[in-house]
Design a protein. Structure first.
Length: 431
């Protein structure tokens, strides 16, 4: 099934160029460079900026800036900066106005929903207890310790029970670590690599692509798997729908291994390898050191843990927020051709009843997902303090917070895989 011929554009301005074959993060960025009109600089709204000096004077700072040179980073800039400091600093790096119009349907009007919400939450953020972030740090650190301890016990006693507990802890660690790779470089973001995942690649595919353009043709997490698990509402035969549902389950089991295969491919292609690429092997190393008498058994136990953990991650991740049939997917009727960016986030995101309000589940199962998409750099623990203002602002704009049960979301992903008819009514007018 061809992405370029089957998906009906309803919101995106035009198809990404040259996104064929194996789609890596670098290929996605190169595609944006060809269509964003950034002219070799950094584009924000209709202005071109040269932030090379800023990057060189802030080592270890916003590393995503360097990789996005030559692209339009408007959505990333808006989403990553809640206060006004960055906007004021940006003026020092202004070069000139861009020649071409923006290749994006999203707006950030001063009196629009997103900028209004930003203004409304700024005073609230000043009141968030500092202990909130410390508590989040303690939780993920405890998860890492628990992962290693249960892995060692699984290897020492050849225990399937310890292996299963370790698999859950490993997946919870992975999901919780995603809270950290949206932030400035920090050591906890490397926890994401424990399970064979690659946080460098995910910073592109997840933070810069999926988070900013969810469920559109520019969502790399959608188009990477489109021929296998087509969540877009395109024509599908009954056999293809059945195959897609089976394939989705297979992906759950193998997603960790596939992720590292992408990493190896990137290493070979770019001839660049980082110490962080070896982090996934610290877990089997610890298991081997405790069971040197039977190293093969330790490796088998590690592979079992990673496989079970991958399945758990797949079950949670694929049904966490976006793939309910009521959510907007490219091809559905949009609210408008030019749409407030945060309203699009609401149209493509669902939260779950029993997860919202539970700090541990929010951190470890992609909870408070709408607010996280709108303010990705804020610590997960701080999001709960924003709900009163969030709900008040939504009410002012006639918007709603979409909620479903976990069961509805789990079943919904398969319903979306089977959905081949685009919605003719936009979100907000179908109920």
């Amino acid at each position: 099934m061809s992405l370029a011929t089957e998906v009906q554009l309803s919101l995106s301005v035009k198809y990404p160029t040259n996104l064929v074959g194996l789609i890596t993060g670098d290929k996605w960025l190169n595609s944006k460079r060809e269509s964003d009109g950034a002219e070799g600089l950094w584009r924000i709204h209709d202005g071109l900026y040269d932030v090379s000096d800023f990057i060189s004077s802030h080592p270890g700072g916003p590393s995503w800036l360097e990789m996005t040179k030559g692209t339009d980073i408007t959505e990333a800039f808006e989403a990553h900066h809640v206060n006004l400091v960055a906007e004021k600093t940006l003026q020092k790096y202004y070069v000139r106005k861009a020649l071409a119009p923006r290749n994006s349907p999203f707006t950030f009007e001063e009196d629009g929903f997103y900028r209004t919400l930003k203004r409304n939450i700024r005073p609230i953020l000043k009141t968030v207890p500092k202990s909130t972030i410390r508590a989040t740090d303690l939780v993920i650190d405890a998860l890492v310790v628990g992962t290693f301890l249960t892995a060692i016990c699984a290897s020492k006693f050849m225990s399937l029970a310890f292996a299963c507990v370790c698999a859950f802890l490993l997946t919870f660690t992975t999901i919780a670590a995603h809270n950290y790779f949206h932030k400035r470089d920090n050591f906890r973001m490397y926890y994401f690599n424990l399970c064979l995942m690659d946080f460098r690649g995910w910073r592109i595919s997840h933070a810069l692509s999926h988070h900013l353009f969810p469920n559109t043709i520019y969502d790399l997490e959608m188009i990477t798997w489109e021929t296998l698990v087509p969540y877009f509402p395109v024509k599908k035969s009954f056999a293809f729908k059945c195959k897609a549902c089976v394939t989705a389950v297979i992906l759950w089991v193998t997603v960790y291994f596939i992720s590292y295969a992408f990493k190896v491919y990137t290493i070979i292609k770019t001839q660049k390898m980082y110490l962080s690429d070896l982090i996934p092997f610290t877990l089997p190393l610890a298991m081997y050191l405790i069971n040197t008498a039977n190293p093969l058994a330790a490796v088998k136990m590690w592979l079992l843990i990673v496989t079970v953990a991958s399945f758990i991650f797949g079950v949670i991740g694929f049904s966490a927020a976006h793939h309910h049939p009521d959510a907007f997917h490219e091809g559905d009727a949009p609210r408008a051709k030019k749409l407030d960016w945060a309203i699009h986030q609401l149209d493509t995101t669902y939260d779950r009843y029993k997860v919202t309000g539970n700090s541990f589940l929010v951190l470890t199962t992609f909870g408070d997902h709408a607010l996280h998409h709108i303010f990705p750099t804020l610590d997960h623990g701080a999001l709960k303090y924003l709900y009163p203002v969030f709900e008040k602002t939504m009410k002012e704009f006639g918007l709603g917070h979409q909620m479903r049960s976990q069961t509805e979301m789990f079943i919904g992903q398969f319903r979306q895989l089977a959905r081949d008819t685009p919605h003719v009514l936009p979100a907000g007018s179908r109920n």
